[in-house]
Design a protein around this ligand. Structure first.
Ligand code: ADP
Ligand code: MG
Length: 448
């Protein structure tokens, strides 16, 4: 069918971009096109089918409003994919597994933003990322289960989403179920109450890929743990892929039965820690690009420097900034960013000092290698530079004691605390050592 000549389309896109910067994405330009426009109905073709549910849920109103504003007519907008005749996109259509079609149990919506491509890799998340990629490529063959844990806003959901999206796109014959722990628990309780356990079992045990976000909430659901245990075993025996996320490692989930703890650790447990300055810079640039936003370098640095906690807050800062700019019709520049977000963080700890730069200075000065610093060796020639590195990291970066310990071959925070104290005490007593420290500190601050 020939495409209608729909000259107002660029204006509609533009309207969405200015009026709804929040939901607007760079890929709209390439991946959306008007398919037909008759009887007040604008059908927009979505080239990548799995993105349709996201568009329907988040973008129908903005596009409707834009189409009406631009055409001056009453318009209804509908998103369609390439073969919408059938309307059977390979996305999450698990309910086809069941035969009665009654119980439409919701699944989580796939958000196109959360792809592997848009996930910024750094030393903090590299392990989790590569495991997720492997699992997405060949579900059920590598790490089973894959258990990803880490604090809030560090990208767990993003990786889970990316796995689902990849599988949806590459293995459209696979049945996937992507839910939160809460949905699992509610589904279970609901099925018990209505005597539909058989249906419940069928729903879960026929899956190729089961992805459950925030599994730490299983702690409060005793009876569900039992059922989950059996579901887990069955899927696992059949070599079906299970992916779980949690805000803490399996053994720290309170009230989680021991047998489940050990099941969760059977495959691969990967953690994600807080993003370093470099990773944060890349996340801010990436998020801005996704929104088609051109952020000047100094603004990117300001945001990455001010917000150290997690990627979610970095993104929040972009949204705030974008909101202000469009509300007051101003350009996004450093001045606006400082007005809206505040100036650069100010305390002795710099945002520009990285672990690597400290290691470079220390290794050069003491003539040791990183491998030695990270080893278990405790001879003075290694222990001293190691302690000095920790001292510098504590002083000049924003990493926690735990993160610093983790960098040095998984030492715990008390070891780091002890090292720092040792360095401080020695500097009090020995002037030479104090001067040496100061020189090293200066080198770190001056970039080596
Ligand atoms: P969590 O589930 O760990 O609480 P999310 O996956 O929801 O965190 O991430 C919060 C936000 O931060 C999302 O917008 C996500 O895309 C973004 N984000 C987190 N980590 C990264 C990363 N490494 N690269 C790009 N974006 C990230
Ligand atoms: Mg999450």
């Amino acid at each position: 069918m020939a495409k209608p000549d729909f000259t107002l389309w660029p204006d509609i896109l533009k309207h969405v971009q200015t009026a709804y910067p929040d939901i607007c994405r760079q890929w709209f330009v390439d991946e959306l096109e008007p398919q037909s426009f008759d009887s007040g109905r604008l059908v927009i073709n979505v080239k990548v089918p799995f993105k349709k549910p996201y568009l329907e849920n988040h973008c129908t109103e903005p596009f409707t409003e834009a189409a009406q504003a631009v055409t001056g007519k009453l318009v209804a907008v509908k998103f369609a994919d390439t073969d919408d005749a059938q309307d059977l996109t390979p996305e999450l259509v698990m309910e086809h597994v069941g035969d009665n079609g009654e119980s439409q149990v919701d699944q989580l919506l796939l958000i196109p933003d959360y792809s592997f491509d848009s996930f910024v890799r750094g030393p903090e998340n590299h392990f989790a990322w590569s495991a997720a990629v492997a699992v997405a490529k060949e579900p059920g063959t590598h790490y089973n289960p894959l258990f990803i844990h880490g604090g809030v806003g560090l990208g767990k959901t993003h990786l889970l989403q990316a796995i689902c999206q990849t599988v949806v796109q590459n293995h459209d014959d696979m049945s996937i179920r992507y839910i939160t722990c809460e949905m699992f628990v509610n589904d279970f309780l609901d099925c018990i109450e209505h005597g539909r356990m058989q249906e419940f079992r069928k729903r879960y045990r026929n899956l190729d890929l089961l992805v459950i976000d925030d599994i730490q909430f299983l702690e409060i659901a005793d009876r569900t743990q039992e059922e989950f245990f059996h579901t887990f075993n069955e899927l696992h025996q059949l070599k079906r892929q299970i992916v779980l996320s949690s805000d803490r490692p399996p053994e720290e989930i309170p009230k989680l039965e021991e047998r489940l703890v050990s099941r969760f650790k059977m495959g691969l447990v990967a953690d994600i820690s807080r993003p370093s300055f470099e990773t944060r810079i890349a996340i801010v640039s990436g998020k801005a690009k996704l929104r088609g936003l051109d952020l000047p370098d100094d603004v990117v640095k300001l945001i990455a420097g001010r917000i150290e906690t997690n990627a979610r807050e970095l993104e929040g800062a972009i949204t705030t900034l974008q909101g202000h700019a469009s509300l007051h019709n101003r350009q996004i520049n450093l001045q606006l960013a400082i007005e809206v977000l505040g100036g650069p963080a100010q305390d002795g700890r710099s945002n520009h000092v990285t672990f690597q730069s400290i290691i470079d200075v220390v290794c050069d000065h003491y003539d040791v290698t990183l491998r030695e610093l990270q080893s278990k060796k405790r001879t003075k020639s290694i222990a001293e530079p190691r302690q000095v590195s920790m001292w510098l990291m504590r002083r000049r970066t924003r990493y926690s004691l735990q993160e610093i310990g983790g960098y040095f071959g998984g030492r715990d925070h008390t070891t780091v605390m002890h090292s720092i104290k040792t360095v401080d005490e020695r500097a009090e007593l020995e002037d030479d050592f104090a001067r040496e420290l100061e020189a090293l500190d200066n080198r770190v601050l001056n970039g080596g």
